[in-house]
Ligand binder design. Structure first.
Ligand code: PXG
Length: 289
């Protein structure tokens, strides 16, 4: 495995950054999780745009242009000869003396690109569906650490994941500070009621997921009415179908939430249709390498 760090490639056991990197010391940095399918990188431009937006918000200047980063991602995929891959793109504030002040890093941001085989939920779970719970840890307040910033500081989500695991559950629903459904630890959430699709708006504690956007795009094409609307736990409990979306999981059905059975307790029809259309999209759209 060849890992890209600041323009050079290293074997896995040699791929190291300094203990003074502010990404490690303070979680000061941003990242993206991207996937490629049969040598097509899915929504690469959208991921790079989101990375640059996260970076701009925390006043971190990536050392490469968008085009330069795209080239670096493609080069890393080629070097590793991966047809289907999970790509982790990380930009940290870089190496600097102790202390929060980003100026200590002198603008020497670190770029890391790891490409690996994809580790997914087992296929059986797509047929069976996930059992998930709502957890006590609420999603970060947008006015404190906006969830739109895909930063290296993921403790908010990790705490929620720990609570889900402790409850013997596959995933966690995180609420926003008003008690509305926000998202899961690394996925967005959708419900189906009647013929309508609902997902929380991105303004309160919800990352604008690229898979979420792809599902909304498919819904528009298929003339499925889709709404970005606040969702309560009650609305999830009485929904006909529920599913999660994310780069790693794609579209995965949910069959119970807080012990309430969703619909008939099996992955729903609309969920399966959307997954089928999504997989078609990943086969035809993307940047080829
Ligand atoms: N919400 C959060 C909080 C996320 O971190 C998503 C939604 C889905 O977004 P995309 O753009 O992927 O549809 C994410 C996704 C991983 C991993 O390594 C991925 C994410 C976060 C943490 C880990 O699987 N991001």
């Amino acid at each position: 495995m060849k890992i890209y760090i600041n323009g050079k490639f290293y074997e896995k056991d040699q791929a190291k950054v300094s203990v003074f990197d502010h990404g490690l010391l303070y979680g000061d940095g941003v990242f993206e999780g991207i996937r490629s399918y049969s040598r097509l990188v899915f929504k690469l431009k959208e991921h790079i745009d989101r990375l640059f937006e996260s970076a701009r918000s925390i006043m971190l200047k990536p050392p490469l242009t968008k085009e330069g980063l795209i080239k670096a991602v493609i080069l890393t995929l080629k070097k590793n000869n991966l047809k289907d891959a999970y790509i982790r793109l990380v930009v940290t504030r870089g190496e600097g003396d102790l202390g929060l002040d980003p100026r200590k890093c002198n603008g020497n941001a670190t770029v890391i690109i790891i490409t690996d085989k994809i580790a997914l939920y087992p296929e059986a779970l797509y047929k069976k569906g996930l059992k998930i719970v709502t957890v006590p840890t609420v999603r970060n307040l947008p006015e404190a650490l906006n969830p739109q910033i895909k930063s290296l500081n993921y403790l908010n989500n990790i705490l929620a994941k720990i609570e889900a695991v402790n409850a013997g559950s596959d995933e966690a629903i995180m609420l926003d500070s008003l008690g509305y459904v926000a998202e899961c630890t690394g996925d967005n959430i959708f419900i189906v009621k009647g013929k309508h699709l609902y997902t929380p708006p991105q303004c309160m504690g919800t990352l604008r997921g690229i898979t979420r956007d792809a599902v909304l795009e498919i819904a528009r094409k298929e003339k499925i009415p889709a709404h970005e609307h606040v969702i309560t736990r009650h609305e999830v409990y009485i929904s006909d179908e529920c599913f999660l979306t994310g780069t790693a999981a794609e579209i995965i059905p949910v069959v119970t939430v807080d012990g309430r059975v969703i619909g008939d307790g099996k992955p729903g029809k609309l969920t399966s249709l959307l997954l089928k259309k999504f997989r078609e999209m990943t086969k035809t759209e993307g940047v080829r390498y």
